[in-house]
Design a protein around this ligand. Structure first.
Ligand code: ZN
Length: 326
């Protein structure tokens, strides 16, 4: 079912988040009334150009203004075929989407007492915190996944926030374009959790909570020390020499999202752990096997048994082993 918000979310990565009179004319009337009542759009300067609707070309022309005799001014464009084409004042109206207002509305829907903090102007906002199974997560709204600077905007937005303790709500309809999405506790398309109910923005909080994988087990996550090139798990520490840098990188990759399968194909993507080499599935499996042997040797048998590979993925499955241990 279409939502009044669809048209707003669809423009999330557009360079100019502006609705034209022609856009709005295609909506059901109540949609526009709703989004303006919610303050999600505000009047912007009228269009200086308009599309010709009197010939098949659909060409865009500069709008001229004609003073009527004491009447309201009239607007027209010039068409090589149809000559002077009048443009109704409704068609020239434009509205800017107010993403700050959207952030506020979503924050209020999550918690009535929420205060919104702008992290990167017009692109990223901290909406407040959400507690899921005794763990507090920052909820961050992010717009413009498809824009060229999205990775840079995320870096600035998360300069003081931990990504692993943050839920990223993407205004864009597709979350596939979010850089390094695996680093966040969860990445959720706003469209999948937002509705308008009783003329208010409403958020399906249970769907946000469900997107956070196995939070309890992750509290038991191995702790990596980059400087010491080591990891500590249940009071045991395993160090990696400079020569074992690749093994360390593989472990960190799987530890980024424990209990979640990491596809071999994902690890082979540029910038990922095996991105620089053409590594076959069989080599990834044997790399995991060597890592397991290293943990056994370091008397970290439990951690070794949590490392598994399947046909096309590897996983650090802390939860699976919990259910079978004694
Ligand atoms: Zn024309």
């Amino acid at each position: 079912m279409p939502s009044p918000l669809d048209n707003i979310l669809a423009l999330a990565s557009a360079p100019e988040a502006v609705l034209t009179g022609d856009d709005v004319a295609e909506w059901p009337t109540e949609f526009f009334d709703l989004v303006s009542a919610l303050g999600l759009v505000r009047a912007a300067a009228p269009a200086k150009h308009a599309e010709c609707d009197q010939c098949a070309e659909g060409h865009i022309e500069l709008v001229h203004r004609q003073r009527g005799k004491g009447d309201a001014p009239r607007f027209f464009i010039t068409c090589p075929e149809a000559g002077r084409v009048l443009v109704g004042v409704e068609r020239l109206k434009r509205w800017a989407i107010d993403y700050d207002a959207l952030a506020t509305a979503v924050a209020k829907a999550i918690s009535a007492s929420a205060t919104v903090e702008s992290l990167v102007a017009a692109r990223a906002w901290r909406l407040g915190a959400l507690v899921v199974t005794e763990q507090s997560y920052s909820v961050v709204l992010f717009r413009g996944a498809a824009m060229a600077d999205s990775a840079d905007v995320l870096t600035r937005a998360f300069s003081t926030l931990a990504r692993s303790k943050s839920i990223l709500l993407a205004v864009d309809e597709s979350v596939d374009l979010i850089p390094d999405s695996g680093e966040f506790a969860a990445v959720i398309a706003l469209a999948s959790v937002v509705r308008i109910r009783d003329k208010k923005v409403w958020i399906d909080q249970s769907r946000i909570e469900a997107a956070i994988p196995a939070t309890m087990e992750i509290a038991d996550k191995p702790v990596v020390d980059e400087n010491a090139r080591s990891l500590t798990y249940r009071n045991k520490t395993c160090r990696f020499s400079a020569r074992a840098e690749d093994q360390f990188a593989l472990f960190k990759r799987l530890n980024r999202r424990p209990n979640q399968p990491v596809q071999f194909n994902t690890m082979r993507q540029p910038g990922d752990v095996f991105g620089d080499y053409a590594v076959a599935d069989v080599s990834i499996r044997s790399a995991v096997r060597r890592l397991r042997a290293r943990f056994e040797k370091a008397q970290m048998g439990r951690l070794a048994r949590c490392l598994r590979t399947a046909d096309r993925y590897a996983i650090l499955d802390l939860s699976h082993y919990d259910s079978t241990s004694h």
